[in-house]
Each structure stands twice: as structure tokens, then as C-alpha cells.
Design a protein around this ligand. Sequence first.
Ligand SMILES: [Mn+2]
Length: 408
Amino acid sequence: MPIKFGLKCHSEKTLKKMNAHERSKLREVPAVVDADAATREKSKAEELEELLKAHRGERHIIVIQSFPDPDAISSALAHQMIAARHDIECDITYDGRVSHHENIALIELLRLQLLHVGENEDLKGYQGSVFIDTQGTTSGLTERLHDAGVPALAIIDHHEPQGMVVARFTDIRADANATATIYTEYLESGLLRLERSDSDHRRLATALMHGVRSETQGLVRAGRNDFMAAAYLAEFVDRETLAAILSNKRSRNAMDVIQAALASRVVRDSYSVAGAGYLRYEDRDAIPQAADFLLTEENVHTAVVYGLVIGGRREMIIGSLRTKKETLNPDAFLKEALGGPQAGRYYGGGRREAGGFEILIGFLAGSHDDEFMQWKWRLYDEEVKRKLWARMGVEKIHQPRGEPPQDH
Ligand SMILES: [Mn+2]
């Protein structure tokens, strides 16, 4: 029997039908104003709009993670601009530091206003809080807002549900790649119609495009919804500004952290684990960059990089996980591997393909003589590695008894 190769033939009629069928599946963004709104379930965009209407004229605090990234910054900007249409004034706040070279460029080139909230600042003046690209677990402001009696109004995020904050409105999509993609959908739904003639709208579109891109490794890992969001944003983006944001260079210190991670990495069963030693608070963003870099080694599907961060308000081990392994859920992985300080609280969590952890040093905090510093690092390094290897199912690896990594 001869075997036929090649594409199946369709009559022109069938093709037309198929195209029409496929076209209808491309994207369904529910419009906010809809005749049958009463009979069907409300879309998230509609729910958010209702919430904003109910809080007209108020002052809200937008909380993003302590170390803001482009996804959080751009989504917060979108929320701020949407809320402004309802006469709601929003401050975009964080309690850590903006350090990644691209984030600094994003904020400076787009002239964004982010508010750093210090330890003694009073938060009682806000009438509501909105958590964006976080569910409160990655900010020190969450507890303070709770203590100040500020009601949690909304959570818009794409990490696995954390259950720490209960808000009146939640849109948590663990299957979304970026919060910026969710906010772009809100814009498309009519919460804010972008106009090319409006320079603020062009700034917003540029920021969101950077948010979507950075969260999907430059769209390489983007899904359909991310491409749809990018396609919508494309006509409003200021390409020169976007290129300028992306062309910013890494600092020398960030390069040093990546070098330390590279030198100390141990690869077993396609897992790459590296303790980068001590690093300065302001270089903390180099850790996820180092994890991204270790993931580029052949035969590595998962990379974990951590370091002992000193010089900030709180001394801690900060780590990042990056994975290409489909079956590895970073959130569950880190929670199971590292546990937490008490029941129901965890040192780490994550979303698809990425996760992070923070372990407070507490009693051992502080800088003393060299020997103390070396022992402290060695202690944490071995314990973090032991827990990670155990969860990975890798047999015990004896650490080389050489000098611990140098302070840098
Ligand atoms: Mn994000």
C-alpha cells in the first residue's frame, strides 16, 4: 500500500469555515458594558470597576513586592491610571529597594513615581489597600497595613494562591504568565481605553510591554494571552524608550554575584545549586539574574541561587529558583523543601517557572570577625543545600571543606 504524505486537502469552503471558527476562538475579552450583563456571571474587569465605583474619591495604597520588578511596576501604574478615572488617588509603594538595572531605567525613563515606605511611616491615612503582583507574602507592608486597620480591597496576581490576605476583590490567575497581561486585558475590556495621542497612555503601554516581556523571557515563554496583550499594546508602545530600558547594562557588582554563583554551582541530576556567599543589600537583584544564567547551562533544567544579604534592615538568606521542568511546581517545591518559621507560613513560594525564598538570620545577625562570618555562611549554605538536595531526591553530597566563598 502506498503511503500518502503531505497536508490534507480541504475545499476552499472548508478552509473558510475553519478560519472563521478559529478566528472566533482567538480571544474573548468581555466588554464591560454588555446588554446581557444581568443574566451572566460578571467578568473580573466588571467586578473591579464596580469596586472602584464604590470607593470613589478615596486614597488607596498599592502594595507591590519589596523588590519591585517590571511586571509589578507596570501593573501598578495601570491600576493607578484606571483608579484615577474614578477619582481615586493611589500611591504605588514598596518597602525594599529598586536595584535591578532595568527597573531603575524603567522608572527613570518613564518618569514613574514609586514611594518607598520607611519603617516609621504612618499608613493610617489610606482608606484601602490593593495588592498587585503579590498576595502580601513578599512585602513587609502587609502586616503593618493590617495593624493600621487599612482594609484590603483587591488582590491582582498570578502566583499560586497564598491565602495570607482576604480582600473584597481578587483576581488571582495562577495560569497567567504576567500580571501585566491581566491588566492589559482590563484595559482592553474598557477600564481605560488607550489613545495614541495621550503621552501617559504611551508610557503605560511601554511599561506594560516591558512587564509582559520580562516575565516571559522576552516573549520566548509567552502564551497566547501574553501575545494578545503584546499585540494590543504594540501600537501604543514608544519603541525607543523600550529599547533604552532594555539596553541598560548590569552593574559590576551584579556581574560579581553571577561570577560567584557560577564558580560555586554544583550540578546533580540536572539541578544546578549555587550559594553565592555574602552580598550587599543593593545587589540582591543579582540573585535571580544569576539563577537565569545558570539555567542556560546544557542539561540543567532547574537552577537555585542564594546568598546571605547584609547591610539592609534585616539580614537574610535570599534565594531564587528558575526551572524549565514542566512537572516542577516552584511554589510547592520551595514550600516542601524549606518549610517555614511556623505553621501555615513559608520561607518561599512561586509561580510557574520561578520562585524565591527569604530566610531571616535573626539571632546570628550582625557582622563580627572573619571567622564568625565564614562559619555563619557555611552553616546556612550547608543547611539550605541539604534541604534542597533532599527535596530533589539527590543523594547526599559532601561539601568540599575548602574556604567558604569570599565576601564581596
Ligand atoms: Mn509577576
